[in-house]
Design a protein around this ligand. Structure first.
Ligand code: KG4
Ligand code: ZN
Length: 386
């Protein structure tokens, strides 16, 4: 197995990332080239532009990751790459590069599910914390909430020997939670991606100003995709309704003109951020933002802890871009303490997309000899677990 050095490559959405991780438990480098500036003018990721940016960035990003880890290509034991889910064209850039590299170096190639990667971001940091410090390892089974711009999933995570197993026990029927943050931010004339803007501005508003509610989602019998045979069917999320509710609020409260004024003012400020936006938001807008965030965080919290209880989870693990949200961390942590359940979050750098999580998730697969087939291709709709 050599020294257990894995190069991870991630290009599923709008970050080109490469990292070197030793034995799934020690990060030697973690380099992320963000494309936020490319996509910001469009208020969302433009797939065609994302592919081109990955192509431009992949070589320098990988070189930097090796240089920062102070190793050469020949020191690697394996190359790991995100297979899916994600944007097809974006995934193909990372996969093609990783395949060529593995072929040229005659090293094994490991395919990683992006969602499993998000879970391993937390496991990697837990391992780093526990190294030599007596830090307790995560209690299993763990109930994991993966919550990002593309996903809102609940998984029950177990380990058998070296390999990890996941049971998918919850998901969204429509928008992902992060997508709701991004769309509401756009609707209110704020920047992209919307999560960090809403996070910062919500702290200045009254979360009880607007009484948003999530109706109980009942699976329709005729919809096969709603798992009506599955005991986990009650852990279904839906975030498209709250986005429409925010839009209706904006319309009935005549907020369009002030939103347009804010959008124009922010466009004139170079590298505008939430602090600039705060000066352009009145109390009503801040109340709307705070109420939206509270409603989303509470819906995620309620269902995550209900699922933890239903499946007898011994701990709770949160990951994905929305795990960076401050109110989410505070309210989840409080509830976990109330229930006496250990809860773990990734550091902010490992919450959003990165390649250390890909290299970490690949380590058990290297131990098990689980290598990618020669015909590996992008799997834009790849799922995790049963
Ligand atoms: O995991 P990630 O980088 O990419 C995906 O796999 O989607 O997550 C990006 C998402 C975006 O929707 C972004 O708005 C959201 O995570 N996000 C946040 C925060 N930081 C990023 N949402 C709420 N609060 C934050 N602080
Ligand atoms: Zn992600």
């Amino acid at each position: 197995m050599g020294t257990g050095l894995i190069l991870g490559i991630e290009s599923s959405c709008d970050e080109t990332a490469a990292a070197v991780v030793r034995r799934g438990s020690e990060t030697l480098s973690n380099v992320v080239a963000s494309q936020i500036a490319t996509h910001a003018p469009y208020g969302g990721v433009v797939p065609e532009l994302a592919s081109r940016e990955h192509l431009r960035n992949i070589v320098p990003v990988v070189r930097t990751a090796l240089a920062e880890a102070d190793i050469s290509f020949h020191d690697l034991d394996a190359i790991a790459v995100t297979e899916g889910p994600g944007l097809a064209g974006a995934l193909l850039v990372g996969i093609t590069y990783a395949k060529s590299l593995a072929f040229a170096l005659n090293k094994p190639l490991i395919a990683v599910n992006h969602l499993e990667g998000h879970i391993h971001a937390v496991l990697l940091e837990q391992a780093e914390l526990s190294a030599g410090s007596g830090w307790p390892s995560l209690r299993l089974p763990a109930l994991a909430l993966v919550v990002s711009g593309g996903h809102t999933h609940l998984y029950l995570c177990r380990r058998h020997g070296e390999s990890w197993h996941y049971k998918n026990v919850g998901r969204t029927l429509d928008d992902a939670a992060g997508e709701a943050f991004d769309k509401v931010a756009k609707l209110l004339g704020l920047g992209y991606p919307g999560g960090p803007w809403i996070d910062a501005l919500a702290a200045h508003g009254d979360p009880k100003a607007v009484p948003f509610s999530f109706s109980q989602i009942k699976p329709k019998a005729h919809r096969k995709d709603v798992w009506h045979d599955d005991p986990a069917r009650k852990f279904l999320f839906s975030f498209s309704g709250i986005k429409t509710a925010v839009l209706r609020y904006v319309q009935t409260h005549d907020m369009a003109a002030s939103i347009e004024a804010r959008r124009r003012s922010l466009a004139q400020i170079p590298e505008a951020g939430p602090t600039d936006a705060l000066l352009l938001c009145d109390g009503e807008t801040l109340g709307l933002i705070a109420s939206f965030q509270r409603a989303v965080v509470d819906d995620l919290r309620r269902k995550t802890f209900q699922a933890a209880e239903a499946f007898d989870a011994a701990s709770v693990l949160i990951s994905g871009g929305v795990a960076a949200n401050r109110e989410l961390r505070v309210r989840f942590t409080a509830q976990a303490a109330e229930r006496g359940l250990p809860i773990v979050f990734p550091s902010l750098a490992l919450s959003t997309d990165n390649a250390a999580m890909v290299a970490a998730a690949a380590w058990p697969k290297l131990l098990e000899g689980e290598f990618a087939p020669a015909g590996l291709s992008a799997e834009p709709s790849l799922t995790l677990g049963r």
